[in-house]
Design a protein around this ligand. Structure first.
Ligand SMILES: Nc1ncnc2c1ncn2[C@@H]1O[C@H](COP(=O)(O)OP(=O)(O)O)[C@@H](O)[C@H]1O
Ligand SMILES: [Mg+2]
Length: 293
């Protein structure tokens, strides 16, 4: 395991005992503006500020009459890295899509810095400061790296060289290989291009869907470290991850989603240490391995 991310998780631990909060299904009043999130200790400073993004009691789905999200709440304060974990099919990707206007929100609300953005179209959201990196098909394979980055800034072409400098600073390899076709890159490199493209618009919040999926352990580590670096550079991040332990190590706060509802929330450390979360979502083997270190 890489120390850079390990250390970061420990840095953020403010509470020695597990204090993740279980959310009972139905505990949120429909239409209520109070999200069913824990108040994580040590995070009060950021919590005094207006959330950069917030979802309240979101009900959403693809097919008529079938809800996938059954009242989801999420708050991301400026500068936070939020992790969303949960079993396959829990609705994690659907939640990100609901935040980004790609699935119809039937009840509840999504706000960006206090402004209602519920069901706004993706192009409007990009303009408003939301960046989204889907899990797959997230680059234009026939275009070069630099052309991909250009596509990320089509709404503000005048800023291109200025943003490119920032992005190549964060992703030096992309600068060195800017003429290479994205389709010829490895999975990890492609993921970098996708993240870089979303960052071209200088978003207030970046939504990442399983950035480490399908990558080798080393590349996964790099992805987590890079995500943390982007976050440290001032971008709030909401990240969905199947690599739950790793995600909880680097995130400030996390949400466990199960069957379209928040099951638990708390700081990354609180969730990672919570026996129920370990038993249900992290696996006891993972805990044994950690204890044996
Ligand atoms: N485009 C779609 N049309 C209909 N159902 C979908 C679609 N995408 C996902 N679903 C369903 O929504 C549920 C949640 O999926 P998803 O949000 O992708 O879960 P997760 O990302 O947590 O694995 C699953 O039951 C899945 O089959
Ligand atoms: Mg998914």
């Amino acid at each position: 395991m890489t120390d850079a991310t390990n250390g970061t998780g420990a840095d953020r631990a403010s509470s020695p005992e597990p204090a993740a909060v279980a959310v009972t299904p139905g505990s949120t009043t429909p239409g209520s503006s109070t999200p069913a999130t824990a108040t994580p200790r040590g995070a009060t400073a950021v919590q005094d500020r207006e959330p950069v993004m917030r979802a309240d009691n979101v009900v959403a789905g693809y097919l008529p009459g079938v809800n996938i999200l059954n009242g989801c709440d999420l708050v991301c304060y400026p500068g936070e890295l939020i992790g969303i974990i949960g079993p396959n099919g829990a609705g994690k990707s659907t939640l990100l899509k609901a935040l980004f206007g790609l699935v119809n929100v039937r009840e509840g609300a999504v706000t960006l810095q206090g402004e209602d953005i519920t069901n706004l179209k993706a192009n409007k959201l990009v303009q408003a400061g939301v960046g989204f990196v889907p899990q797959t098909n997230n680059v234009f394979p026939s275009l070069s790296i630099e052309e991909n980055l250009q596509m990320g800034l089509y709404l503000r072409p005048k800023k291109f060289s200025e943003r490119l400098e920032v992005i190549y600073d964060l992703f030096p390899v992309l600068g060195q290989r800017k003429g290479q076709r994205a389709g010829s890159l490895s999975g990890g490199e492609r993921q970098s291009v996708a993240m870089a493209r979303a960052l071209m618009m200088d978003p207030k919040v970046l939504l990442l869907d399983e950035p480490s999926a399908g990558l080798s352990p080393v590349r996964q580590d790099e992805t987590f470290i890079r995500t943390r670096r982007i976050n440290k550079a001032g971008v709030s991040v909401i990240m969905v991850e199947q690599n739950a332990r790793r995600c909880l190590q680097i995130c400030d706060r996390g949400y466990v989603l199960d069957q379209g509802r928040n099951a638990y929330s708390g700081t990354g450390k609180e969730l990672a240490d919570d026996p129920k979360v370990i038993e249900l979502y992290l696996g006891t083997l993972a805990k044994d391995v950690d204890d044996a270190r």
